[in-house]
Design a protein around this ligand. Structure first.
Ligand code: GAR
Length: 212
């Protein structure tokens, strides 16, 4: 059984659908920890109520990003995770932290990367007048929101959209995409491959598309 640790900062709805899919679909995996950098995160209370090991680490109690990430890395190391899944984790990670978990840390981002890395993705899609918005699941590398893609889901913009309506529609796509791709990753339907030149890509082994 592969060991999954999830990092959150708030609501944690993506973490919830991952935990539910893990149980419902009997993934060959277990949740070994849900960690939040905000002790008051709603998702942390949900995880605790469900009996998942949950950890509140308050980033404001640490003098620097490096100091906080050192504590976060220690907490994670003790859990011996095979995969570290970011689910609405809203802190930029230090290069040392990213290097330590290289190749086993995955994120979901609410845009069709490489469009709109960073924050306010839905507002920026609306301002740009794109036809499609969406979400991307990708490996975390040192450059923010730029790692190799596992998959993507596209969501149409509508004429009456505002930021909230679009965010809600994209979130529904996130809730389908993230568990689908992680489930396939854990079962070997999607495989991480590294070429001789170091480039990483995710190869399909189950014949299914990497998105919708
Ligand atoms: C999700 O839309 C996720 O894609 C986004 O935050 C939201 C978290 O919701 N993540 C980022 O913007 C990462 N930079 P959740 O806490 O309910 O899963």
């Amino acid at each position: 059984r592969q060991r999954l640790a999830v990092l959150i900062s708030g609501r944690g709805s993506n973490m919830q659908v991952l935990a539910e899919a893990c149980e419902r679909e009997a993934w060959p995996a277990e949740f070994v920890g849900v960690i939040s950098n905000r002790p008051a995160a709603a998702g942390l209370a949900w995880a605790a109520a469900r009996g998942l090991p949950s950890f509140a680490l308050d980033h404001t109690a640490h003098p620097s990003r490096e100091a906080f990430d050192a504590v976060l890395a220690e907490t994670l190391d003790a859990l011996r995770p095979d995969w570290v899944l970011l689910a609405g984790y809203m802190r930029i990670l230090t290069p040392g932290f990213v290097a330590r978990f290289a190749g086993r840390m995955i994120n979901i981002h609410p845009s069709l990367l490489p469009a709109f890395p960073g924050l306010h993705t839905h507002r920026r899609a609306l301002e740009a007048g794109t036809v499609w918005a969406g979400c991307t699941v990708h490996e975390v590398t040192a450059e923010l929101d730029h790692g190799p893609l596992l998959g993507q889901a596209a969501v149409p913009l509508r004429p009456d959209d505002d930021e909230d309506r679009l965010a809600a529609r994209v979130l529904r796509a996130e809730h389908r995409l993230y568990p689908e791709l992680i489930g396939r990753l854990l079962r070997g339907g999607l495989v991480r491959e590294q070429a001789a030149d170091g480039r990483v890509h995710y190869a399909v082994r189950d014949g299914r598309p990497r998105g919708f």
